[in-house]
Design a protein around this ligand. Structure first.
Ligand code: SF4
Ligand code: FE
Length: 482
């Protein structure tokens, strides 16, 4: 296993084609826009290698018996799923933001079981191939970006009906030794600081869409892979200083990128689905359940940090004991623990798939993610309510350094004798950073938009059974007649 520092060094050996704000980026590790996200992902390596947290951050590979980072592990039982949840909350509390490595983890977990089932039906050998790739990834302790979200073009049309067939990643050439893929994946969390991609379809497919049914692994610096790092609200603060960032070490959200596949060759050993359209929807559903399991965990860890920042500011302002503040803080705590409870519930209610992998309860997982999309913004609203308006009007850190006005800023932003203004400003910036639009949009749409969870909930609930229950209790016969 690699430590965080070794992971960071390993990124220096890669040479991806990466663009940001009109420039080519030579080193993701040394670029101030990306370094905080690199640090955040490094926390997943430190959790596994620090003896105090290794029990949570690492696992024993069911394939090799060797100790591996838990972000490369396939959960075998309920305990593994619960540990996954606890691990995400623990790292969420350290970083206060996304640590990016879970999309690849969930891609691996889902591909493992789907390749097993695909081989049983179609007589293919994807599962053995995938197992070899998995062991290599486990032993080298690689970070994988799960690449699922296609641009999708006109949402009323299927992949094959778009005005441009590349709006979904597809195979454009089949060769004896592999395939050539073309297209793009958007919003790719952790892409720029991963070692490799696991490319997957983003939705269910029909038979005529064979070229879109492709699952494969691609190194981030394979010829033809082009990445464009996305902008975030207030991102220029990352290279302006340390105070105004709010979270200078780990940044905000995942550092997402656009990933373009400009006719990329993928050898056979790295192909895990190639034309089996009947398994694309299953893979997407399974991935979604595992990733929705996570959100109640990583986001509750992040929000623990926000609750702490809010309570600290209330204390600095002398209002921590005010009844309405305590009530709102309790409300924040209630929402956070409800989110976490959902992540634990779907893990506890797991079943085992044919290949032995433990599978979360999809209904509970989707309910949990829907709660996150609703409760995260509500927790941020309460944080802003308690923190006060100063988080939106603070002068810059450059003015704090000014010989003319710096001391005035310190003087007038000081609330209590023993509270330095800088401490209040830094916490205020952290609240501003964590309650801004970027994290709220991310928790809404990451792991699928709210409507996607409602579709699963609608599908999973037994409506007929519920109607029968009501009729029996009300002593009403069939179709509402007494
Ligand atoms: Fe992991 Fe959460 Fe980030 Fe998804 S949003 S990659 S689950 S930390
Ligand atoms: Fe996410």
């Amino acid at each position: 296993m690699m430590t965080g520092a070794e992971y960071i060094e390993s990124l220096r050996r890669l040479k991806p084609e990466l663009h940001f704000m009109g420039q080519r980026v030579e080193s993701v590790v040394d670029h101030p826009a990306m370094r905080p996200h690199v640090n955040s992902a490094a926390a997943t390596y430190d959790l596994a290698t620090n003896p105090e947290t290794a029990e949570l951050g690492s696992a024993v590979s069911h394939l090799t018996g060797r100790r591996i980072n838990r972000w490369t592990h396939i959960p075998q039982d309920r305990e593994d799923l619960v540990k996954k949840v606890k691990m995400l909350r623990a790292v969420g509390q350290v970083t206060g933001t996304c640590f990016q490595r879970c999309v690849g983890m969930d891609g691996f977990i889902s591909t493992y079981s789907v390749t097993f089932e695909m081989d049983r039906k179609h007589g293919t050998d994807y599962h053995e191939r995938f197992k070899r790739f998995l062991v290599e990834t486990q032993d080298a302790d690689l970070m994988t970006a799960g690449a699922m979200t296609d641009p999708k073009g006109d949402r009323s049309k299927r992949p094959g009906e778009q005005h441009d067939p590349d709006l979904f990643v597809r195979v454009v050439e089949r060769r004896p030794d592999g395939v050539v893929i073309r297209g793009c994946k958007l919003h790719q969390t952790g892409a720029v600081n991963s070692h490799q991609f696991l490319v997957m379809p983003g939705q269910g497919l029909v038979e005529s869409e064979r070229d879109y049914a492709i699952v494969c692994a691609v190194p981030v610096d394979a010829p033809g892979v082009i990445m464009v790092f996305g902008r975030q609200v207030n991102d220029s603060r990352k290279w302006e200083g340390k105070v105004d960032q709010g979270n200078p070490t780990y940044g905000v959200v995942g550092g997402e990128a656009m990933v373009i596949f400009e006719d990329v060759f993928v050898p056979n050993a790295r192909i895990f689905m190639n034309g089996e359209t009947d398994f694309a929807g299953l893979l997407v559903d399974r991935f979604a359940s595992y990733h929705r399991q996570n959100y109640g965990a990583c986001k509750s860890g992040n929000l623990d940090v926000l609750v702490g920042a809010t309570a600290s500011l209330a204390e600095m302002h002398g209002v921590l004991k005010a009844g309405h503040v305590r009530d709102k803080l309790a409300e924040m705590g209630h929402l956070v623990e409800t989110m976490y409870g959902g992540a634990l519930a779907c893990s506890h209610e797991c079943t085992n798939l044919g290949c032995g992998t433990a599978f979360v309860d999809p209904l509970q997982a989707n309910v949990s993610k829907l709660n996150v999309g609703r409760y995260y913004p509500e927790v941020t609203r309460l944080a802003q309510d308690i923190a006060g308006g100063f988080i939106a009007t603070l002068p810059s850190e450059q003015d704090l350094e000014s010989p003319r006005v710096g001391d005035y800023i310190r003087k007038y932003y000081q609330t209590q004798e023993d509270v330095p203004a800088e401490a209040r400003i830094k916490l205020g910036r952290l609240v501003e950073n964590m309650t801004g639009s970027t994290p709220i949009v991310e928790c809404m749409h990451g792991a699928g938009s709210p409507q996607a969870q409602k579709v699963v909930i609608q599908r999973q609930l037994d409506w007929g059974a519920r109607m029968k229950m009501a009729r029996r209790v009300a002593k009403v016969g069939g179709k509402g007649n007494p």
